[in-house]
Design a protein around this ligand. Structure first.
Ligand SMILES: *[C@@H]1O[C@H](CO)[C@@H](O)[C@H](O)[C@H]1NC(C)=O
Ligand SMILES: *[C@@H]1O[C@H](CO)[C@@H](O)[C@H](O)[C@H]1NC(C)=O
Length: 337
């Protein structure tokens, strides 16, 4: 059997990662009674990903994550493998997850799930052969055989009984899976899934080379002990030192578009960075940011010692926006603070 989550396409990398964690938890519940496999929905057409001129659809997960590591937590396959093994580009059942039209009821909270009329306009339409067409990550030949809407209130595993009992479909897609909540946020399963989401090796290598060359940071010097197999890795708190630099993730666009007033001005951010550098006696600062070109120019003037991963055109084409986000996160994660 195949199960498959999907998030609305215009969301960021981190939300997608968070939804993966929730669905992994659902999968673990299903695996207690039946063999299910999670088909990883290809990446592409995400809100944060805006490099023009590079077609960014149908991107397999292996471009960003290490599949063997994911597979040590739950069984997963790429969409291409699903296509090859399922005998055609068909998804038997699409469930669009939504809330309840009547909203929250006063009184006790209960987990529930019911088949209900679709609240929002359906993003799928029937073609002349009665198949459902819609956005399937750039796979235009993919079609759905049946679409229906489920109102959900509760954690990911609330869907399990429906998948186990109510449908006989061999492949099920859960659209808008972000409507499900975490089963046990912060519990053992949650952390195991997070740890299994190891970034793809080729991106880690790029990040490590950059750390070494521009930030005097290596695993030996920083005392970061890394094992390829996350299940074998024992995290001893406080042993890793981190590289001799400050890691800063400066988010601009989301906030500006959301008209948030508590977004620090660039001047404010630079002041904060300087005081942190002083406090930790560091000289270098690595900055990951989605700021626009003019803001970056201003930032360079205000903070000339700033180090950024500035991809060449070839690197952009090779790693894509998602890969660059991973490289940035990898370098930031190795900072002293
Ligand atoms: C699933 O099946 C049960 C038993 O037939 C039914 O009561 C329930 O409403 C169904 N749930 C959904 C979401 O279709
Ligand atoms: C489509 O799926 C819904 C929900 O499982 C089901 O009630 C309905 O009978 C299905 N329609 C067809 C044509 O199979």
């Amino acid at each position: 059997l195949t199960l498959w989550p999907s998030t609305s396409c215009r969301r960021g990398f981190n939300l997608r990662r968070d939804v993966y964690i929730r669905i992994a938890s659902l999968l673990k519940t299903l695996l207690k009674s039946e063999n299910w496999v999670l088909v990883l929905p290809p990446w592409g057409r995400l809100y944060h990903w805006q490099s023009p001129d590079i077609p960014q659809v149908r991107i397999p997960w292996s471009e960003f994550f290490d599949l063997p590591s994911l597979n040590r937590n739950i069984p997963v396959i790429e969409y291409e493998q699903f296509l090859a093994e399922s005998g055609g580009p068909f998804i038997e059942q699409i469930y669009v997850l939504q809330g309840y039209a009547e909203g929250w009821k006063e009184g006790t909270w209960e987990e529930k799930i019911d088949e209900r009329p679709c609240i929002d306009q359906l993003m799928y339409s029937k073609d002349k052969h009665e198949y459902y067409r819609g956005w399937f990550w750039g796979y235009e030949e993919t079609r759905g055989l049946n679409v229906s809407c489920l109102s959900v209130q509760g954690s990911a595993s609330v869907v399990a009984p429906v998948l186990l009992k109510n449908t006989s479909a061999q492949s099920v897609m859960l659209d808008r899976a972000e409507n499900l909540l975490h089963d046990h946020y912060g519990g053992k399963d949650y952390w195991n899934t997070r740890r299994s989401m190891v970034f793809a090796k080729h991106l880690r290598v790029v990040g490590d080379k950059f750390r070494n060359k521009y930030l005097q940071s290596t695993d030996e010097a920083d005392r970061t002990h890394y094992k390829e197999d996350w299940t074998q890795m024992k995290v001893k708190m406080g042993t890793a030192l981190g590289g001799p630099y400050l890691g800063v993730h400066l988010r601009r666009k989301d906030f500006i578009w959301g008209h948030r007033e508590d977004v620090p001005s660039l001047q404010g951010a630079v002041k904060k960075i300087r005081s942190l550098l002083e406090m930790h006696k560091l000289e270098k600062v690595f900055v990951a940011t989605d700021a626009v070109e003019e803001e970056i120019e201003l930032l360079k003037k205000l903070l000339p010692e700033m180090v950024r991963f500035e991809p060449s055109w070839e690197e952009l084409e090779l790693y894509k926006d998602g890969g660059l986000a991973v490289i940035d996160q990898w370098i930031c994660a190795h900072a002293r603070c």
